[in-house]
Design a protein around this ligand. Sequence first.
Ligand code: NAD
Length: 467
Amino acid sequence: MDDIPPFTPVSIDDVPSIHQRVVNKFHTHTTRPIEYRLRQLRSFYWGLKDAESALLEACKLDLGKSAYEAYLTEVGWVLNDILFMSKNLARFAKDESAEDMDLTNKFMRPKIRKDPLGAVLIIGAYNFPIQLSLGPLVGAIAAGCTAVLKPSESAPNAARIMQHVVAESLDHEAYQVLQGAVPETTALLDCKWDKIFYTGSANVGRIIAKKAAETLTPVALELGGRNPAIITKNADPRLAARRLLWAKLLNVGQVCVSQNYILIDHDVLPEFIRQLELALVEFQPKGAQGNSDYGKIINERQWLRLKEMLDSTSGKILLGGNTDRSTLFFEPTVVQVSSPDDSLLKDESFGPLIPILPVADLDEAIRISNKVHPTPLGLYPFGSKSETDRILSETRSGGASVNDAFFHASIPTLPFGGVGDSGSGSYRGRASFECFTHRRSVTTTPSWIEGMLNVRYPPFTEAKLRK
Ligand code: NAD
């Protein structure tokens, strides 16, 4: 890892020429053949395999992630995406025929070509620095696009290893990783792209969307959460406690799809709290501090934000609450709150805070969840089939996991994305290919059909009308 160059922001003066290089490369059409794309994917796979230990170490340095977690959610995740895409690419890229054609239209052979969008910009977030940057890049390569990737500067070690792997294993003219923070990203946004794929907070998402609108550039926005978990009277409190606690231990709760708050029926509250306590002891027998399975908050700025959130709640801390600024440690912390207006529900914590708001019944839970955020990224109903069905049919969200926390997001073939304020556009599996593909409708009119087409040409005589 020491032989890989350090994190170095790109010179802003160089951004336009690097942009032009990937645009020019796209216009050579060399990235279009399926064989080229498969070659890139194969080389990328082995480049990542060679750098596996450096990537795992980078996740440890940036986020304190254990190698186990980093492999499952970052490196292994992307390797699987590459294998899936390589296996299915030829099928995804095939032309599609139009549906339900009458005989005349059939003669024109209407079809949908799958054309690459062009040169694209991918902007990553810090919490899963590898998965969230390289996952979309796999989609761009598969679609035949060229791309610049700008990983999050908050995870500089992952960023520099990814830059090294891309430089070593992919076509340098077509794929580039550029490092930087706001000024460098702003310079990238000043260039004209064929698509911008952005993962991060909704506030920055607005900046990206505004900038893209100036040049009518399409965007995919993968934004933040404020996701509710709803636990009904008939839910199994043990399962709910274990599953929702896991969601806040993974990556120290820095997961866009982890639940931001829990709405729970009054009747199950005491047993749920007891089960949370039991699960915590089982998952972290020696506690969270010094536990090598449990990471850290990414940086001091985010740690302070979380601490301030915790300090300003009017709720009661039931479990946890310990923090250490010097090591960016933040204990999994369960807080019972009494109002949907509590600071812990108003903002996305993006950390190991578990606010619980007791409710009288399912009506109240649905009402509050729709009011706090009408379109969260994920929603997690726990209860009987009829209750969870009702919750799904009376709410909206990017995705949902019934009787679990964000399991839907781990299925590699399900499209992943938000709705409304939690984002637009989706990726993963086939959706990653489609995200960077233009579905180009094409017809081919044969010359022999001219006689039949005569009806469309003026003058529109009575005889033509009768046909
Ligand atoms: P962020 O918005 O601070 O940064 C994301 C990216 O945007 C970084 O690469 C950063 O350099 C760039 N950026 C930041 N400010 C910018 C500006 N003013 N102009 C141009 N670019 C700028 O997000 P983050 O802190 O890295 O991630 C946390 C947020 O991302 C949370 O809200 C979380 O829910 C969300 N998130 C969403 C998903 C998803 O898939 N929907 C996944 C992970 C994180």
